[in-house]
Design a protein around this ligand. Structure first.
Ligand code: ATP
Length: 588
């Protein structure tokens, strides 16, 4: 297959902002692709060579790419650099320079998708001496045989800037449209939720249709999208929602880990599918040693403990384990425990369809519990009083609240979904008017006075899964200390965008735009109707959206969350409803 066909499709995708149209473009295109190439084509349309949980990512420095463009186009590095300063986009530079290519090639070999995949794989795998030079030459080689459009997307892919709108949800829609029906969409999404591999799902549906999709199973080594909890503003409401009787567990404030325990080794995945085994080697070892089965997938919260007293320590302590360097010191200085709360797979059997009580029983029997590996403290509560009592016990044990879980027959593990089978209730709900929000940074405003020349405030957005975009909810200028203000460019500038990103829906125009990438935790006084913000626009009142008032940064950068995992517009609408319902104003 020619790479130019792919580049033309990317161009058509980029030219439209309608998700329906994008779906049809992708569906029509996917149908024309050989089934054994479809997996790669799907990854490439997201600017990748692998599923998200694969550790390797393409990420060539812009300057190296500019050099390759110079070699392939015959233009001077100086003129190329000038264009790059003007546009900020190596893709556009490549396109314009290849359109004005100087020397005529004597030999030119057509660029196929296969050759592009081989070239990009070589770039990804090259390391050691002269690796930068080798990467640059491999790219120059491909650019040499590229037309302007092909060059645009090659350079965007290698620099990690491929954003043509082919998000996971759009691709799932396209697979349903291209190979099945709209009604099959939930089952296709389920297949994605249990494998986190959009390329594998595409290949499976193209080769085996819906039967093959239905037969897809959880496997050790493919992370599963995590199940999430809803929130309610009081313990009695939590207990009532779950039928007057439920399981309650301590809610630990640490780092959520999904452990894939195989016969030969263990991989620990974070919520954003990063491999965190290197960060918690002690936990990985303990899980393998203490597990009574051969192959198991479990979830738990890793929490730091005081080495002297054994008491649980606040969240900040466990973040020392997230660093890339000095992990040996952190392992020694910051002892960690894992509190297991669910089991998804056990020796060849997918357990996510079992009700909670059965999963809990299996979880408790699956490990030899000890200091390092424990299950969460759990009790079945039979009414609001017992619930309040358990909640007080959780606070005494220095937990941040409780997780209530349904005991009903339908209390399965719903991969990738947030629902009322699990309900969270935190002590913060008693003190603040709202729960905290995890919001994506989509823009910045330059400061004044003490903050002149620096970013002084940020434009924050919630995720809208239905539209696949980010809607603004507030301008955030409070809660930043000097160190954070100074570090903002380093944190944010990798996501700079010359214009409002395609995935952002905003009426406010900040001084600079960012692609959604960084997620910050924010607390606020209140959710209000807002004429400015685009979250839930026109849903509750014509011409109004929802905004959050007096937002304050808590100091917590949610680097464990992707922007798509931040607070959703739907959650904000629910929180607004709870707030309006509560006459004291003391609610979520
Ligand atoms: P969310 O996970 O709902 O997107 P969040 O990351 O901000 O939100 P919280 O609102 O504090 O987290 O609570 C949910 C998280 O609590 C879970 O994702 C999990 O990491 C953690 N957790 C702690 N204890 C438990 C438990 N007993 N059962 C399930 N999750 C728990």
């Amino acid at each position: 297959m020619l790479y130019s066909d792919l580049a033309e499709t990317f161009d058509r995708l980029e030219a439209t902002s309608s998700r329906l149209e994008m779906t049809t473009i992708l569906a029509d295109f996917f149908r024309t692709v050989d089934t054994d190439r479809l997996r790669e084509v799907v990854y490439l349309s997201q600017g990748k060579l692998h599923p998200d949980f694969h550790p390797q990512v393409l990420g060539m420095a812009d300057r190296l790419v500019l050099k390759a463009i110079a070699i392939a186009s015959g233009h001077s590095e100086k003129s190329i650099e000038e264009l790059w300063v003007e546009t900020g986009d190596p893709g556009e530079v490549a396109e314009r320079m290849m359109a004005r290519k100087k020397q005529m090639a004597l030999f030119s070999e057509e660029l196929t998708v296969d050759r592009v995949v081989r070239g990009l794989t070589a770039i990804e795998n090259t390391d050691g001496r002269d690796s930068q030079d080798k990467k640059m030459k491999t790219l120059a080689n491909m650019l040499h045989d590229s037309g302007p459009l092909e060059a645009r997307y090659l350079c965007r892919i290698v620099t990690g800037r491929m954003r043509v709108g082919a998000g996971d949800m759009t691709i799932l829609d396209a697979l349903a449209e291209g190979f099945a029906t709209k009604d099959d969409r939930p089952e296709i999404e389920r297949a994605f939720n249990i494998t986190c591999d959009i390329g594998l799902v595409a290949e499976t549906i193209a080769t085996g249709g819906m039967d093959a999709i239905r037969a897809m199973e959880i496997t050790v080594g493919n992370p599963v999208k995590v199940m999430l909890a809803e929130r309610l503003p009081s313990i009695p409401e939590v207990v009532e929602k779950l039928g007057g009787r439920c399981a309650m567990e301590f809610k630990y404030d640490g780092i959520r880990v999904q452990a894939h325990i195989g016969r030969d080794g263990v991989t620990l995945y974070s919520r954003r599918l990063e491999d965190m085994t290197q960060n918690f080697p002690d936990i990985a070892r303990a899980l393998r040693n203490k597990c009574r089965f051969g192959e198991v997938i479990v979830e738990g919260e890793c929490v730091a403990v005081d080495p002297e007293t054994g008491f649980m320590l606040p969240f900040q302590n466990v973040t020392h384990r997230r660093k890339k360097h000095g992990i040996d010191d952190a392992v020694r200085d910051v002892p960690v425990r894992i509190f297991l709360f669910d089991i998804l797979y056990c020796d060849g059997r997918d357990t996510t369809g079992d009700p909670y009580p059965e999963r809990r029983e299996l979880l408790e029997s699956a490990f030899i519990m000890g200091d390092m590996v424990q299950t969460t403290t759990m009790r079945v509560v039979e009414g609001p009083e017992e619930g309040e009592e358990f909640f007080s016990g959780a606070l005494v044990a220095r937990c941040e609240g409780i997780m209530a879980k349904s005991l009903e027959r339908e209390s399965v593990y719903r991969a990738g979904s947030r629902g009322y089978l699990w309900i969270k209730y935190k002590k913060d709900y008693q003190e603040a008017l709202t729960d905290s929000f995890d919001l994506a940074v989509v823009g910045a405003f330059y400061g004044m006075g003490k903050r002149a020349g620096k970013y002084g405030a940020l434009l924050m957005a919630a995720y809208d899964p239905e539209m696949g975009d980010f809607k603004t909810v507030c301008k955030l200028g409070t809660g930043f200390d000097d160190a954070f203000l100074d570090g903002m460019p380093a944190l944010l500038n990798g996501n700079l965008s010359g214009t409002c990103p395609r995935s952002v829906d905003s009426e406010m125009v900040p001084d600079v735009w960012f692609e959604p990438g960084v997620v910050l935790e924010v607390v606020a006084a209140e959710i209000t109707l807002s004429p400015t913000h685009t979250a839930a626009r026109d849903l509750l009142k014509e011409g109004s959206g929802l905004g959050i008032r007096f937002p304050r940064f808590t100091g917590r950068v949610r680097d464990d969350k992707t922007p798509e995992q931040c607070t959703t517009v739907g959650e904000i609408v629910d929180m607004y409803g709870m707030q309006a319902r509560d006459s004291d104003g003391l609610s979520l």
